[in-house]
Design a protein around this ligand. Structure first.
Ligand SMILES: Nc1ncnc2c1ncn2[C@@H]1O[C@H](COP(=O)(O)OP(=O)(O)O)[C@@H](O)[C@H]1O
Ligand SMILES: [Mg+2]
Length: 220
C-alpha cells in the first residue's frame, strides 16, 4: 500500500497563482519522509493535499489504492480520523478540554473513547505528562501542549502521520523529545511519517527527502 501523487497541480488565491506544479511521487508504507524547501515553496500546501484536507486543482492523490477525489465526504472523514494523525505547528487543542480529553478526541469520534483510555494515558506517560492528564491546555507549557497534540495524533495508532513543522515552536530539548516520539512511531509501529521541516538535522533523520523549489519537486 502507498500514498501516490499523480500529476498534481494546485492553484490558489485571486488572481489565481500556481502554488504546486506537476507533483509526482509514491510514498510506500512505513517510510519516513521529510518534505523540505524554503518558506513559500509549497510544503504546507502539498501536505494538505496528501492528507486529504484539501483537493488538487489538477491530478489526484491516491491512498491505499483509493483515488481520494472519488471517495465520498463521509468516507474521507472516516479514513482521516481512523488512519491519519495530524500534527501542526500550532496545535489547535480544544481549550475547554483536559489534556486526556484532547488526546481521546479522535477515539471519541470513532466511538472508541473507553477502549482507548488506557492507551491515551500510556501515551501521556511516555511523553512525560503522566501527572497532568486533567490540566487544560492553558495550564500547560508550549512544549507540553505540543506533546499532547502528538499524543492525540497517535491515539488511533494511525497508519499515516502528517506533521507540519512539528518542532517549529519548540526549544531544542522539546524538539528532540518530539522527534524521538515521531521516530519511534515510525520504527516501532510502522507508521508512515510525512514531515515538513526546515531543520536540516531533522530532515537528515528521515530516510528520504522530497525537496520543493517554487512548487516543483526537484529531488525525491
Ligand atoms: N490561500 C492562498 N491564497 C493564495 N496564495 C497562497 C495561499 N496559501 C498559500 N499561498 C501561497 O502559496 C505558496 C506556498 O505556500 P505554503 O504551501 O504555505 O509554503 P511553505 O509551507 O513551503 O512555506 C506561497 O507563495 C504562499 O504565499
Ligand atoms: Mg508551511
Amino acid at each position: 500500500m502507498s500514498l501516490i501523487a499523480h500529476k498534481v497541480h494546485k492553484t490558489l488565491g485571486e488572481p489565481p497563482t500556481k502554488v504546486l506544479t506537476d507533483i509526482n511521487f509514491e510514498i510506500k508504507d512505513g517510510e519516513f519522509v521529510a518534505l523540505t524547501g524554503r518558506s513559500g515553496s509549497g510544503k504546507s500546501t502539498l501536505l494538505y493535499l496528501l492528507s486529504s484536507l484539501d483537493t488538487p486543482t489538477q491530478g489526484y492523490i491516491e491512498i491505499d489504492k483509493h483515488n481520494v477525489s472519488q471517495m465520498t465526504k463521509l468516507e474521507v472523514c472516516k479514513f482521516r480520523n481512523e488512519q491519519m494523525g495530524f500534527v501542526f505547528q500550532f496545535h489547535y487543542l480544544i481549550a475547554e478540554l483536559s489534556a486526556l480529553e484532547n488526546v481521546l478526541m479522535p477515539a471519541k469520534k470513532a466511538g472508541l473513547a473507553d477502549k482507548k483510555k488506557n492507551y491515551a494515558q500510556d501515551l501521556l506517560k511516555q511523553f512525560g505528562l503522566a501527572d497532568k492528564p486533567h490540566r487544560l491546555p492553558r495550564q500547560l507549557s508550549g512544549g507540553e501542549q505540543q506533546r499532547v497534540a502528538i499524543a492525540r495524533a497517535l491515539v488511533m495508532q494511525p497508519k499515516y502521520l502528517f506533521a507540519d513543522e512539528p518542532t517549529g515552536s519548540l526549544d531544542s530539548h522539546n524538539s528532540e523529545v518530539v522527534m524521538n516520539i515521531i521516530r519511534e512511531a515510525n520504527q516501532n509501529l510502522g507508521t508512515t511519517v510525512i514531515m515538513v521541516t526546515h531543520d536540516v538535522g531533522f530532515a537528515k533523520q528521515a530516510r528520504r527527502q522530497i525537496h520543493l523549489v517554487d512548487g516543483k519537486v526537484v529531488s525525491s
